[in-house]
Design a protein around this ligand. Structure first.
Ligand code: NAD
Ligand code: MG
Length: 297
């Protein structure tokens, strides 16, 4: 069975998907995604790189967060999986995969737009895992709106709350518990520097996440806590079919990258593993771009 260490052509590692037009109410379910995404269930092989580590992964039920939770577990970490209550079906599947890797999975349904629930998430992780040394801020909201005039104030507010405020609240709550050697990894996007015309609110949060990452990284480096970011390009996940893209754009999703195809969540997870593990000890305030070759800063 091929895994992430198998020598292979990145162009053909995964098929160039032309997903049929489809729509799901937000939050989209991985269970209903057509075609299904690769979360590394069969393909991710751990080598003990996160032995004994204790992680929070937000948005761990599906897409990039789910692939990251699976990878973390196979590398030896216990994981608190945060997700929206409507996503229990997806989350249960990922929790089972974490347990099958021999690690603890702590499911935590929550709405991270609420600061109290952010603090409760950190408290639960510290209690249930006996501490915390990896925080992955990955939950995100992305709703495509063609015209500024049609962008509702409520959406603008919710996108900022989910993508920016929750990161701030979670970092703040986690900090007193993080020993030296801990790592915070934020999920930004190519949208931070190449904003789509129809993603005004989303793209601005991703630029903000990059900026926050670089500032906080400098603040925490002297304490031995490293803060970095991962910036995916087009990755096939339920975010895209729950109004993240205009429906008619889905069949072409990711075709304009140099590799010519969309990426799979399993191709993003190894970046989180690298930034979480001690092997990246001199990597601080960096944004690791995972976008199929589109030039990015
Ligand atoms: P996804 O839909 O699988 O994951 C997003 C998750 O965010 C959801 O599963 C949900 O659990 C969580 N979430 C949303 N609102 C929440 C809230 N209020 N409270 C708690 N959890 C909430 O999609 P994904 O593409 O894997 O997204 C993960 C991250 O990757 C996001 O930050 C997204 O912006 C980023 N990203 C994705 C792409 C892409 O092409 N898919 C590209 C760049 C960046
Ligand atoms: Mg989900």
């Amino acid at each position: 069975m091929a895994d992430q260490y198998t020598f292979q052509n990145p162009v053909t590692r995964y098929p160039k998907v032309s997903p049929p037009e489809q729509h799901q109410p937000e939050p989209g379910l991985d269970a209903r995604l057509d075609p299904r995404a690769d979360l590394g269930e069969q393909s991710y092989r751990g080598t003990g790189r996160l032995q004994g580590r204790k992680a929070i992964v937000t948005g761990a039920d599906s897409g990039i967060g789910a692939a990251t939770a699976i990878a973390f577990a196979r590398e030896g970490a216990d994981v608190v999986l945060c997700y929206l209550p409507d996503e229990a079906e997806d989350a249960e599947r990922i929790a089972t995969l974490v347990e099958e890797a021999g690690q603890r999975a702590v499911p935590f349904p929550a709405d991270l737009k609420d600061p109290e629930q952010c603090r409760e998430l950190v408290k639960t992780a510290v209690e249930q895992l006996g501490g915390l040394d990896i925080l992955v801020n990955n939950a995100g909201k992305q709703i495509s709106v063609q015209n500024l005039g049609d962008l509702p104030s409520e959406q603008f507010d919710e996108t900022l709350k989910t993508n920016l405020y929750a990161m701030y609240w979670l970092c703040q709550a986690a900090l007193p518990h993080l020993p030296a050697g801990s790592t915070i990894i934020n999920t930004t996007s190519i949208q931070a520097y190449k904003p789509s015309a129809h993603l005004l609110d989303y793209a601005l949060t991703k630029a903000g996440i990059n900026n926050f990452t670089k500032g906080l990284a400098q603040q925490l480096a002297p304490q031995g806590i490293r803060v970095n970011a991962v910036a995916p390009g087009p990755i096939w996940t339920p975010l895209q079919v729950s109004d993240g893209q205009p429906k008619e754009a889905l069949p072409e999703f990711g075709h304009d990258t140099p590799l010519g195809r969309a990426g799979q969540p399993a191709e993003v997870a190894p970046c989180f593993v690298f930034l979480a593990s001690a092997e990246s000890s001199y990597v601080v305030g960096e944004t690791l771009n995972v976008n199929g070759g589109t030039p990015s800063p």
